[in-house]
Design a protein around this ligand. Sequence first.
Ligand code: NAI
Length: 343
Amino acid sequence: ADLGQQREILKGTQRRLYSVANTLGSSKVTVLGAAGGIGQPLSLLMKLNPRVSQLALYDIRGGPGVAADLSHINTNNTVTGYDPTPSGLREALNGSEIVLIPAGVPRKPGMTRDDLFNTNASIVRDLAKAAAEACPDANILVISNPVNSTVPIVAEVFKSKGVYNPKRLFGVTTLDVVRASRFISQVKKTDPTNEGVPVVGGHSGVTIVPLLSQSNHPSIDGPPRDELVNRIQFGGDEVVKAKDGAGSATLSMAFAGARFAESLLKAAQGVKGVIEPTFVDSPLYKEQGVDFFASRVELGPNGVEKIYEVGEVSPYEENLLEAAISDLKKNINKGIEFVKNNP
Ligand code: NAI
């Protein structure tokens, strides 16, 4: 072929490689509550992610220690730790693209996620205030429970500061999806990595709605189905019970949180067709008074790209959805009311 043509092709390849090198590893990620049971393994997984250039770790205690430890890992990004000094939180958040929030107390045996509300609502509200000021355009990923209420709390805080962007706020429900594919694979004796169960609704008890009719095993029925649905809804309790007072899921949650963050980074860096179920400001059930709802969401450079409808469900799942809607409405209002009364 013609030499000039070859040179043009080479130049094009060079440009593409350059832009890949530029986007890979260009993102700052902040973890708030980084020294906790979830925070530490989650920070480790983010340290191993080549899309992350800067990792900022904040906690009311122990942030710098975790950062010093992780900073010795020979992956090509920097880690900094912050204490709750007046500027610590702000510096951790400045310029951040993704803010992961696992700050707050976890459950003990016998507790529901809603029992955590009194403690965690104010923690999340205060961290949201700082984020709204320091990095209003960041993607905010809320892990702190009760997610059904803490996500509306973040929304209200951002609204009060005039910087709310519904496309950038996510309740992390990935663990429910991870559990669903693991649990169904145990029943069906299959490879869990090949299983996909859409889980919609919210993130606690009956608001967790697995859509088995849309899985690889739509014909599962009767008691095996009921058992499986119950295990997906209350899987978190198995861990709380086994840890016997020492907390709830941390390692599987860190895995799930890292998966969701990776999906967002991938989408931000130009990969198309990235879909994750997540709890977002959603039009799907607004008419019924539910402003936030988890369903499959396509992610993109602007955060939420497309919210998928729930789709066709069985009459059994229709009942599950009804129960979820009623609880969700209460959980969401509780968050909104909290910010109104405790701005
Ligand atoms: P943990 O108690 O081990 O860690 C929480 C960390 O948050 C601690 O290091 C604590 O110092 C820190 N912290 C407390 N107040 C803070 C503040 N104002 N600013 C910054 N950091 C603060 O708890 P764990 O096990 O890591 O759980 C954290 C949260 O995640 C809990 O609310 C838990 O319910 C929730 N969770 C959510 C899941 C989900 O699927 N979305 C799954 C499992 C847990």
